[in-house]
Design a protein around this ligand. Structure first.
Ligand code: ATP
Ligand code: MG
Length: 212
C-alpha cells in the first residue's frame, strides 16, 4: 500500500496538468474520478505555459487557457488552479513543476498524484526526466478511448511501479476536436462546460484560416 494510506496525516494532492486549449469534460471527469477513487485532498489544475510537445504558434494565449480552466473548475470546491507554469519563463516541464511544488509543503507531508490520460502516460519516455517524475509522484493513468491499458506493462519498471491505472467513464472528447468544430462552425455544446463555450465565442478563439 502507498505511504499515504499508512499515514493518514499525509495529504494526497492531485495534480492535473494540461494545455487545456480548451478544457473539456474529459479533463474534468478524470480529475473528479481521481479525487474520489484515490481519496485526494484536492486536485490542482496546472495549465501549461509553453508546452514542449506542441507547436507554440498554435496554442492559445496562456491567459485565455487559464481563464477557461477557472470558468470550468470554479463550481467544484475541491478543484484549484495554479499559475505556476503560465507565470514561469521558458518551456514547461512536468518534472520541474513537481520539483517546485514539493517546496510548497513540509517535507513528507504530501504525496502527489499526477493525473494524466493513457495517451500521455504511454508517451512519458519522451518527457524530460520521466524517472524523476515517477519518483516525485504517483502517476494516475486514466483511461482514454483508443488507448490500451495493457501497454502500461511495456513501461520500464522504474516508472511502472508508480503508475496507478484508473478506469473512468470514457469520453471521446479532445481539445483538438473542439477547436476543429469551432473552426468549422459546428456545435461544441455538451463537450465542455457552457461558460467555457461562451468564452470561446466571446474571444473568437479557434478561428484559423488554415484550419486545425
Ligand atoms: P489536445 O487534443 O490539444 O492534445 P487534449 O484533449 O489531449 O488536447 P490536453 O490538454 O492535451 O487535452 O490533456 C491534458 C491531460 O488530460 C492529458 O493527460 C490527457 O491525456 C488528459 N485527457 C484529455 N482528454 C481526455 C479524455 N477525453 N479522457 C481522459 N483523459 C483525457
Ligand atoms: Mg493532448
Amino acid at each position: 500500500m502507498s505511504t499515504a494510506s499508512q499515514h493518514p496525516h499525509i495529504r494526497r494532492i492531485g495534480v492535473m496538468g494540461g494545455t487545456f486549449d480548451p478544457i473539456h469534460y474529459g479533463h474534468l471527469v478524470a480529475a473528479e474520478e481521481a479525487y474520489f477513487s484515490l481519496g485526494l485532498a484536492e486536485v490542482l489544475f496546472v495549465p501549461t505555459g509553453t508546452p514542449p510537445h506542441k507547436d507554440r504558434g498554435q496554442v492559445s494565449a496562456a491567459e485565455d487557457r487559464y481563464t477557461m480552466t477557472l470558468l470550468a473548475t470554479v463550481d467544484n470546491p475541491h478543484f484549484k488552479i495554479s499559475r505556476l507554469e503560465i507565470d514561469r519563463e521558458g518551456t514547461s516541464h512536468t518534472v520541474d513543476t513537481l520539483r517546485e511544488m514539493r517546496h510548497w509543503y513540509a517535507p513528507g507531508s504530501v504525496v502527489f498524484y499526477f493525473i494524466t490520460g493513457l495517451d500521455a502516460v504511454l508517451d512519458i519516455l519522451n518527457w524530460k526526466e520521466p524517472e524523476e517524475i515517477a519518483a516525485f509522484s504517483k502517476i494516475v493513468a486514466v483511461s482514454r478511448p483508443g488507448y490500451n491499458p495493457h501497454r502500461l506493462e511495456d513501461l520500464p519498471s522504474t516508472i511502472r511501479r508508480s503508475v496507478i491505472p484508473l478506469e473512468i467513464p470514457l469520453l471521446a472528447i479532445s481539445s483538438t476536436e473542439i477547436r476543429r468544430r469551432v473552426n468549422l462552425g459546428r456545435s461544441i455544446r455538451y463537450l465542455a462546460p457552457w461558460p467555457v463555450e461562451h468564452y470561446i465565442y466571446k474571444k473568437a478563439l479557434y478561428h484559423r484560416k488554415d484550419g486545425w
